[in-house]
Design a protein around this ligand. Structure first.
Ligand code: KIV
Ligand code: ZN
Length: 518
């Protein structure tokens, strides 16, 4: 049997999804989840793109042991060096360098000719190989590249020492037949191709990313690049869970292949990502959608009761999908909470449990019965914050149901005096945000705002994710509550905590610069 390497790029290409920006602690938490899931390679980010991204890659590199950690680099010395530096702490490090090879990209975007492209590929791969053993080279826009030139580019990368050659369908334009022809051409025409791992990386603009990835496997690709929930640029990347389960559930095509993915961890990984980004997969999403194992029609339910195989090609247990269960109530203790988190697959530290228990007690008092979804919403509150709590919501009062809505807020900052502000707005959230903004020490723009119910029922917890821009930087905020206006206010203050922390760091850096100037 041939192992198919699963290269997860949720933290890099996935993060390029609108609204999916992740903080360093969030990336670290997800990387740990990906390690438990059993992926082979975690692409942690693009270190040269910003100091925050560099830090995130460096911390992910140190946080996991078994998987290889990859960092992306354009085909330049500066990019490659920055990627290598970020990967210093990794047990297994891979530099992933890339250059576009289609004439369209060379002529219009890079404004270089094919010969210059070949020179850059050689230089970049050589540079990377002088620093790390494991180097991957990607021909960006491979599926729109002239096949003869594609083979020449791959030949150069192989001779310069790349150990993995990735052929992306960057714009999701390929048909499975194109993937077959491309892989067959490269396999037939590149000397030494048998010494490297071929890889596919497919985007989903036409909904063909998974089909194209599987066609890649059928035609010699030994690595598939994909993301949890299929998140990624535009319509996303090939969905990891779909590729993995197709390989597992369709032995009539794929009995020669296997992956090391622990399929029972697919739904938990999907859940963590959804909580971190606020982007839930659509309900009918294959494998991880809320309805992926729901059977509505009477005929189907009847068939299932007689024999599950009548309407189920895999069981929910195989992918770690769990039904909603009523679990805890106001008399449940700390131990019961810890046990339930463990059963749900979460390793909760003592500090996290203390915080979660505090919130649980408040919630159980209001809700009477607490569902698994509520427990997860509680768990994700503040677990991945990368800034200390500076702003505290001391009081919130809203009047709505008529126009305009009115809000009164009281906020303290770093334990200082409590300040009050009131405002009106188009709805209670608008009024609350205007009131909070008046107390803020800066101007802000709200860039994104989502609110989702965790679980069903009129007393469901509302989870708010938002993104604000303060002084040219973006900060995400997250909070959950059965009171959605309260959740929105606290999510805004959560983003303010991060802005406050960033300001503090900046002023420390300035202080150091003054010292250097002396
Ligand atoms: O889609 C793409 O071409 C990429 C490369 C950087 C691998 O993401
Ligand atoms: Zn991509």
């Amino acid at each position: 049997m041939q192992k198919i390497l699963v290269f997860d790029t949720t933290l890099r290409d996935g993060e390029q999804s609108p609204g999916a920006t992740m903080t360093t602690p969030e990336k670290v938490r997800l990387a740990q989840e990906l390690e438990a899931l059993g992926v082979d390679i975690i692409e942690a980010g693009f270190p040269i793109s910003s100091p925050q991204e560099f830090k995130a890659v460096a911390e992910v590199a140190q946080a996991v042991e078994r998987p290889t950690v990859a960092a992306l680099a354009r085909a330049t010395t500066a990019d490659v060096d920055r990627a290598t530096e970020a990967l210093k702490g990794a047990v297994h490090a891979r530099v992933h360098t890339f250059l576009a090879t289609s004439d369209l990209h060379l002529e219009r975007k890079l404004k270089i000719n094919r010969d210059e492209a070949l020179r850059r590929i050689e230089r970049a791969v050589n540079r990377a190989r002088s620093q790390v053993e494991d180097v991957e080279f990607s021909c960006e826009d491979a599926t729109r590249t002239d096949l003869d030139f594609l083979c020449r580019a791959v030949q150069v990368a192989v001779e310069a020492g790349a150990l993995t050659i990735n052929l992306p369908d960057t714009v999701g334009y390929a048909h499975p037949e194109d993937i077959r022809q491309m892989l067959q051409a490269v396999t037939a025409n590149v000397t030494g191709i048998d010494r490297v791992a071929l890889s596919v990386h497919c985007h989903n603009d036409l909904g063909l990313a998974v089909a194209n990835s599987l066609t890649g496997v059928e035609n010699g690709a030994r690595q598939v690049e994909c993301t949890v929930n299929g998140i990624g640029e535009r319509a996303g990347n090939a969905s990891l869970e779909e590729v993995v389960m197709a390989l597992r559930v369709l032995p009539r095509y794929y009995d020669r292949f296997y992956t090391d993915v622990v399929t029972e961890r697919l739904c938990p990984a999907s859940e963590v990502l959804a909580h971190v980004t606020g982007i839930r997969p659509q309900p009918n999403k294959a494998i991880v959608g809320a309805n992926a194992f729901a059977h509505e029609a009477g005929i189907h339910q009847d068939g299932l009761l007689k024999d599950r195989r009548t309407y189920e090609i895999m069981t929910p247990e195989m992918v770690g999908a769990r039904g909603t269960r009523l679990v805890l109530g106001k008399h449940s203790g700390r131990h019961a909470l810890a046990r339930r988190y463990k059963e749900l697959g979460y390793d909760v530290s003592n500090a996290e449990l203390d915080r979660a228990y505090e919130l649980f007690v408040l919630l159980a008092d209001r809700k009477k019965v607490v569902h698994d979804e509520d427990l997860l919403a509680i768990y994700f509150q503040g677990t991945m914050d990368d800034a200390p709590r500076a702003f505290k919501l001391e009081h919130l009062e809203v009047r709505c149901g008529r126009t305009p809505s009115e809000a009164v807020v009281r906020v303290s900052h770093n334990g200082g005096p409590v300040r009050e502000s009131s405002a009106t707005g188009d709805g209670p959230i608008d009024a609350t945000f205007t009131a909070i903004e008046e107390l803020a020490p800066w101007e802000m723009q709200l860039e994104e705002f989502t609110i989702q119910a965790a679980g069903g029922g009129r007393d469901a917890i509302g989870e708010v994710h938002l993104l604000v821009r303060v002084g040219g930087n973006e900060f995400s905020g997250r909070a959950a509550s059965t009171d959605i206006v309260d959740a929105a206010a606290r999510a805004l203050l959560n983003a303010f905590d991060k802005a406050d922390h960033a300001r503090g760091l900046e002023s420390k850096a300035f202080a150091r610069m003054d010292l250097w100037a002396v």
